[in-house]
Design a protein around this ligand. Structure first.
Ligand code: SF4
Length: 266
């Protein structure tokens, strides 16, 4: 007996479904927009790079540890004295904590940072011959070093891209642009890594940080001067571009508006 013919297979595929199958997926569209944004920002900010001063991997690890909750400028002011006195991981590993605290005090949280610096230097000395390792797994084992620090160091000194460092600027700018969503840096990093090619990862951090500092400023973004305005998804960009930022919730009204409201209430 001849096998029964499948009726399902003979049914024509609806045009809408055919169209949907042909259409690029949402992720592909997001990746295309994100890469276009990065193309433009890289062109607009050619000077964007790691702002911390360093001469070798050990110095960049140490400077990045110091940069937590502190500006890069402030870190750059203290690191010359720190590295002059402790030029290697071995020298820093043998330092007295109170001496290090004194030097790095202007960067804030100096006790916790001293603990991290010394812990990191001791681990580098004991486990890696004083050298900074070349893998994410080994880096994040070092005291005071998380994925962000590891990505910065691996990307800038070894040209190894194993992640995208997400700091406060990268978090804010990528959310506003609509190329990532969420306030967890690890999750935002994961999202960015899925839509950007690996060769772009290190530069992405530099460019988004630079853009966040110069244009997409936290409180008053300069949307009117932004080169990626047309590709941005932040609902308030138009208002900021026109110089009419919406009043923050709970912010006091201006004196003129208070007077006008009182007058209309009478
Ligand atoms: S348009 Fe405004 S919010 Fe969007 S990236 Fe540019 S500065 Fe930031």
């Amino acid at each position: 007996m001849a096998p029964a013919r499948s009726r399902v297979s003979r049914r024509p595929v609806p045009a809408a479904v055919r169209e949907a199958r042909r259409a690029p997926s949402r992720r592909a569209l997001l990746a295309e927009r994100a890469n276009k944004i990065l193309d433009i920002l890289e062109q607009a900010h050619p000077e964007a790079t790691c702002a911390l001063h360093y001469r070798n991997p050990f110095e960049l690890v140490s400077a990045t540890i110091l940069s937590a909750q502190c500006t890069d400028e402030r870190v750059n002011q203290v690191t010359p004295a720190l590295f002059a006195r402790y030029p290697t991981a071995q020298a820093l590993a043998a330092a007295r904590p109170e001496d290090v605290e004194e030097i790095i005090r202007p960067t804030g949280f100096y006790r916790a940072k001293t603990k991290s610096l010394l812990g990191c230097a001791r681990a580098l000395t004991a486990d890696h011959g004083g050298e900074v390792p070349r893998s994410m797994d080994a880096m994040v084992e070092l005291p005071g070093v998380g994925r962000k620090t590891a990505s910065v160091v691996l990307g800038h000194v070894y040209d190894i891209a194993e992640g995208i460092a997400v700091d406060t600027h990268v978090l804010r700018v990528s959310n506003r642009l609509g190329i990532a969503r969420g306030d967890d840096p690890i999750e935002v990093e994961r999202q960015l890594m899925t839509i950007l090619p690996r060769e772009r990862w290190t530069r992405t951090t530099d460019v988004l940080i630079f853009h966040g500092r110069k244009i997409c400023i936290a409180r008053r973004p300069l949307c009117g001067q932004c080169p990626v305005f047309a590709l941005c998804r932040w609902p308030q960009r138009q208002a900021f571009a026109m110089g009419k930022p919406p009043r923050a919730k709970g912010a006091p009204r201006s004196a003129a508006r208070r007077r006008a409201r009182r007058a209309s209430a009478r």
